[in-house]
Design a binder for this molecule. Structure first.
Ligand SMILES: [Zn+2]
Ligand SMILES: [Zn+2]
Length: 436
């Protein structure tokens, strides 16, 4: 051994996370190991053997150590509705929920449909607790008519294209968006909803909407649009990512498309695999979401889609709304709930404890898979990867109290619910950002 090698092996790391169960699907790791961090990157993963020297040591015995979680579907409300959420407060909620990277949807006011607004978001993101990735609009002002300057958006650093919140109704415009996105190898994220079919609907169309006398949003409003977009993706060869899949038929359409080799991926939200339209009987406007909460059969199909790999990612669709906006009659309340701080608890309680997913399967949907779809330098504990790390207590339980959320908004239907799975520590680029 020459001198320099000797020096290297004796180097002192900045941080050691010792004795935890390291689960990293990207490197196919699932074992008790020590994680070493230096200069903001992963330096070594050591299974067995003695402890190496580090300036700071975290005992992770009984805990699970995973790559920092990625939420590929977050609404941050800045610019425009800073009373509901800012890039900074959204990032505080993210790290409290174990997320080290979040992707913000462009339906802000004004929408993120030009280079200047993307630059504004990235400027603000410098002060954020976690990494922020910007998604750019597919069409100008999300009007569904004229495509944005995709080249400009890509230059400014967007990681995907989407008119989320609003579907692109015109099939020719959607086709063009897919064609252009292909040139930049970016996915188009589609909020699949046929507005003529969903019309004035406020909840899932079914026996409960009939009983309550509320306008329904039928499953076919989502499925018809997925069928169209999958066909367009197949025709153009572009990458399509379907947001918030909520129905049995949607899962099946995507399952079949994948079998045919269509470049389609998709996500499901924790609320769509946890709640059904039964909750609307309480008239809790925090449970008013789009797509709406569906039937038990749909929930079971979403779980099956997660299990068999049809559904690639779990994303929150974190959608903050003020109390004033939500404290109105059900018909008039806006759609959306805050999800960053309850996602992990719902995943542990509903998917892992109930044996729908194993830990590696669940973590893949929150790390490796979204990173791959959006080509992010994240989601892995590989040596030299950024030291974005989340430490979880898989056994601890807690009761959801929205008043304690770091998010500026408290619109969660999960208040009072007992969940398992606690975020112990969130690390971004080697620095502990939660708790502080
Ligand atoms: Zn959406
Ligand atoms: Zn959304």
């Amino acid at each position: 051994m020459n001198k320099s090698q000797n020096k290297k092996s004796c180097s002192v790391f900045d941080l050691a996370i010792v004795g935890g169960r390291v689960v990293d699907p990207e490197t196919k790791t699932d074992s008790i190991a020590n994680v070493y961090v230096g200069n903001g990157v992963i330096k070594a993963i050591q299974k067995g053997g003695g402890k190496l020297r580090a300036k700071e040591t975290i005992d992770a015995k009984g805990k699970i150590v995973v790559p920092g979680l990625i939420d590929m579907h977050t609404h941050l409300r800045e610019p425009g509705r800073e009373d509901e959420e800012t890039i900074y407060t959204g990032s505080c909620a993210a790290v409290a929920g174990g997320f080290t990277s979040i992707c913000c949807m462009p339906n802000t006011q004004p929408p993120i449909d030009n280079q200047e607004t993307v630059k504004f978001v990235y400027q603000k993101a410098k002060e954020a607790k976690c990494k922020i990735y910007c998604i750019g609009c597919a069409t100008k002002e999300q009007k569904g008519e004229e495509l944005t300057e995709m080249h400009d958006l890509v230059q400014a650093g967007v990681v995907a294209i989407s008119d989320d919140g609003l579907p692109v109704g015109n099939s020719q415009v959607m086709r063009n968006a897919l064609e252009y996105s292909k040139m930049f190898n970016l996915p188009v994220i589609s909020h699949c909803e046929d507005l003529n079919l969903s019309a004035d609907g406020v909840m899932h169309e079914g026996f409960i909407s009939t009983e309550l006398g509320m306008c329904g949003i039928p499953s076919v409003a989502e499925e018809a649009m997925i069928a169209r977009d999958v066909k367009l993706a197949e025709y153009t060869g572009a990458k399509l990512h379907v947001a918030h899949v909520s129905t049995e038929g949607s899962v099946e359409l995507i399952r079949q498309a994948k079998k045919r080799g269509v470049r389609v991926t998709c996500e499901a939200t924790p609320h769509h695999f946890t709640l059904t339209h039964e909750i609307i009987r309480t008239f809790d406007t925090n449970a008013k979401v789009n797509p709406p909460l569906r039937t038990q059969k749909d929930v079971d199909a979403v779980k099956m889609g997660l299990k068999d790999g049809t559904i690639d990612c779990i994303a929150t669709d974190h959608a903050p709304h003020s109390i004033e906006e939500k404290e109105v009659e059900f018909d008039f309340a806006p759609f959306g709930l805050v999800g960053l701080e309850t996602a992990l608890g719902l995943i542990v309680t509903e998917l892992i404890d109930k044996k729908v997913l194993s830990w590696p399967q669940a973590i893949a949907k929150l790390t490796m898979n979204p990173a791959k779809i959006l080509q992010l330098e994240a989601g892995s504990l590989r040596v030299n990867a950024p030291a974005d790390i989340t430490i979880l207590d898989p056994k601890a339980s807690w009761t959801v109290d929205p008043s304690k959320f770091h998010s500026k908004s408290k619109n969660s239907p999960f208040g009072g619910r007992r969940l398992r799975g606690v975020v112990v520590l969130t690390i971004v680029d080697g620095t502990v950002v939660f708790p502080q």
